[in-house]
Design a protein around this ligand. Structure first.
Ligand code: HEC
Length: 123
Protein backbone atom coordinates (compact mmCIF):
# COMPACT_ATOMS: atom_id res chain seq x y z
CA UNK A 1 0.00 0.00 0.00
CA UNK A 2 2.65 2.44 1.10
CA UNK A 3 4.83 1.27 -1.76
CA UNK A 4 2.21 1.83 -4.44
CA UNK A 5 1.54 5.38 -3.23
CA UNK A 6 5.26 6.14 -3.45
CA UNK A 7 5.33 4.60 -6.88
CA UNK A 8 2.59 6.91 -8.11
CA UNK A 9 4.30 9.95 -6.65
CA UNK A 10 7.51 9.24 -8.47
CA UNK A 11 5.65 8.76 -11.77
CA UNK A 12 3.97 12.13 -11.30
CA UNK A 13 7.32 13.67 -10.46
CA UNK A 14 8.75 12.46 -13.73
CA UNK A 15 5.79 13.82 -15.68
CA UNK A 16 6.17 17.23 -14.05
CA UNK A 17 9.86 17.26 -14.83
CA UNK A 18 9.17 16.37 -18.46
CA UNK A 19 6.71 19.28 -18.65
CA UNK A 20 9.29 21.69 -17.28
CA UNK A 21 11.87 20.50 -19.79
CA UNK A 22 9.39 21.06 -22.63
CA UNK A 23 8.58 24.56 -21.37
CA UNK A 24 12.28 25.40 -21.20
CA UNK A 25 12.66 24.14 -24.75
CA UNK A 26 9.90 26.47 -25.95
CA UNK A 27 11.42 29.41 -24.08
CA UNK A 28 14.83 28.70 -25.60
CA UNK A 29 13.37 28.43 -29.11
CA UNK A 30 11.59 31.76 -28.64
CA UNK A 31 14.79 33.40 -27.44
CA UNK A 32 16.72 32.09 -30.43
CA UNK A 33 14.00 33.23 -32.83
CA UNK A 34 14.20 36.75 -31.41
CA UNK A 35 17.98 36.92 -31.27
CA UNK A 36 18.24 38.53 -34.69
CA UNK A 37 15.80 41.32 -33.85
CA UNK A 38 15.90 44.36 -31.67
CA UNK A 39 13.19 43.60 -29.20
CA UNK A 40 11.81 47.10 -29.03
CA UNK A 41 11.38 47.62 -32.77
CA UNK A 42 8.31 47.07 -34.92
CA UNK A 43 7.56 43.95 -36.94
CA UNK A 44 8.06 44.93 -40.60
CA UNK A 45 5.40 42.36 -41.55
CA UNK A 46 2.85 44.60 -39.82
CA UNK A 47 3.44 47.52 -42.21
CA UNK A 48 2.85 48.15 -45.92
CA UNK A 49 5.91 47.13 -48.01
CA UNK A 50 6.35 50.74 -49.19
CA UNK A 51 6.98 51.85 -45.61
CA UNK A 52 9.63 49.21 -44.84
CA UNK A 53 12.71 51.01 -46.31
CA UNK A 54 11.75 54.22 -44.47
CA UNK A 55 11.25 52.26 -41.25
CA UNK A 56 14.61 50.56 -41.64
CA UNK A 57 16.43 53.87 -42.03
CA UNK A 58 14.57 55.22 -39.01
CA UNK A 59 15.41 52.08 -37.00
CA UNK A 60 19.14 52.43 -37.72
CA UNK A 61 19.43 56.22 -37.31
CA UNK A 62 17.20 56.61 -34.30
CA UNK A 63 18.54 53.74 -32.17
CA UNK A 64 22.10 55.01 -31.96
CA UNK A 65 21.81 56.93 -28.68
CA UNK A 66 18.60 55.55 -27.15
CA UNK A 67 16.34 52.62 -27.79
CA UNK A 68 13.71 52.83 -30.50
CA UNK A 69 11.15 52.72 -27.72
CA UNK A 70 12.03 56.36 -27.07
CA UNK A 71 10.54 57.74 -30.31
CA UNK A 72 8.01 54.90 -30.70
CA UNK A 73 6.68 55.34 -27.18
CA UNK A 74 6.82 59.14 -27.09
CA UNK A 75 3.14 59.49 -27.97
CA UNK A 76 3.97 62.16 -30.58
CA UNK A 77 1.51 62.09 -33.49
CA UNK A 78 2.08 65.52 -34.97
CA UNK A 79 4.15 65.94 -38.15
CA UNK A 80 5.45 69.38 -37.21
CA UNK A 81 6.50 68.10 -33.82
CA UNK A 82 8.31 65.17 -35.42
CA UNK A 83 10.10 67.51 -37.84
CA UNK A 84 11.29 69.55 -34.88
CA UNK A 85 12.43 66.45 -32.97
CA UNK A 86 14.24 64.86 -35.89
CA UNK A 87 16.04 68.15 -36.52
CA UNK A 88 16.99 68.39 -32.84
CA UNK A 89 18.32 64.80 -32.86
CA UNK A 90 20.15 65.34 -36.14
CA UNK A 91 22.00 68.35 -34.75
CA UNK A 92 23.40 66.47 -31.78
CA UNK A 93 27.15 65.87 -32.11
CA UNK A 94 27.87 62.73 -34.16
CA UNK A 95 24.21 61.88 -34.57
CA UNK A 96 25.05 60.12 -37.84
CA UNK A 97 21.84 61.56 -39.31
CA UNK A 98 22.35 63.49 -42.54
CA UNK A 99 19.92 66.07 -43.94
CA UNK A 100 19.26 63.58 -46.75
CA UNK A 101 17.93 61.02 -44.22
CA UNK A 102 15.29 63.36 -42.88
CA UNK A 103 12.54 63.03 -45.53
CA UNK A 104 12.45 59.20 -45.29
CA UNK A 105 12.50 59.28 -41.48
CA UNK A 106 9.65 61.81 -41.44
CA UNK A 107 7.72 59.70 -43.96
CA UNK A 108 7.92 56.75 -41.60
CA UNK A 109 7.02 58.86 -38.56
CA UNK A 110 4.01 60.26 -40.43
CA UNK A 111 2.84 56.73 -41.20
CA UNK A 112 3.45 55.66 -37.60
CA UNK A 113 1.55 58.66 -36.23
CA UNK A 114 -1.46 57.83 -38.41
CA UNK A 115 -1.39 54.23 -37.17
CA UNK A 116 -1.22 55.39 -33.56
CA UNK A 117 -4.15 57.75 -34.06
CA UNK A 118 -6.16 54.89 -35.61
CA UNK A 119 -5.51 52.47 -32.76
CA UNK A 120 -6.28 55.14 -30.21
CA UNK A 121 -9.66 55.51 -31.87
CA UNK A 122 -9.42 59.15 -32.90
CA UNK A 123 -8.63 60.48 -29.45
C1 HEC B 1 23.16 61.67 -31.16
C2 HEC B 1 22.30 60.84 -30.31
C3 HEC B 1 20.84 60.72 -30.69
C4 HEC B 1 20.30 60.28 -31.89
C5 HEC B 1 21.03 59.78 -33.11
C6 HEC B 1 18.86 60.36 -31.73
N1 HEC B 1 18.54 60.81 -30.49
FE1 HEC B 1 16.68 61.09 -29.75
N2 HEC B 1 17.45 61.72 -27.99
C7 HEC B 1 18.78 61.86 -27.70
C8 HEC B 1 18.93 62.42 -26.37
C9 HEC B 1 20.27 62.72 -25.70
C10 HEC B 1 17.64 62.59 -25.85
C11 HEC B 1 17.22 63.15 -24.49
C12 HEC B 1 17.40 64.65 -24.44
C13 HEC B 1 16.44 65.38 -25.31
O1 HEC B 1 15.20 65.18 -25.15
O2 HEC B 1 16.92 66.19 -26.13
C14 HEC B 1 16.72 62.14 -26.89
C15 HEC B 1 15.36 62.15 -26.78
C16 HEC B 1 14.46 61.82 -27.78
C17 HEC B 1 13.05 61.93 -27.69
C18 HEC B 1 12.29 62.43 -26.48
C19 HEC B 1 11.70 61.29 -25.73
C20 HEC B 1 10.89 61.76 -24.55
O3 HEC B 1 10.68 60.92 -23.70
O4 HEC B 1 10.48 62.93 -24.53
C21 HEC B 1 12.52 61.55 -28.87
C22 HEC B 1 11.06 61.50 -29.27
C23 HEC B 1 13.63 61.20 -29.73
N3 HEC B 1 14.80 61.36 -29.04
C24 HEC B 1 13.50 60.80 -31.02
C25 HEC B 1 14.57 60.53 -31.87
C26 HEC B 1 14.41 60.21 -33.28
C27 HEC B 1 13.09 60.14 -34.05
C28 HEC B 1 15.67 59.97 -33.76
C29 HEC B 1 16.07 59.65 -35.19
C30 HEC B 1 15.76 60.71 -36.14
C31 HEC B 1 16.61 60.17 -32.64
N4 HEC B 1 15.89 60.49 -31.52
C32 HEC B 1 17.97 60.02 -32.74
C33 HEC B 1 19.82 61.53 -28.53
C34 HEC B 1 19.71 61.06 -29.82
Amino acid sequence: MNRSVLGRRSTEGRLVRRGVTAALGVALATMLACAGHKGEGLDVRSMPPAVVPDYELFAVRCSRCHSLARPLGSGITDDAYWAMYVERMRRQPSSGISPGDVPAILRFLHYYSQEQLKTRGGE
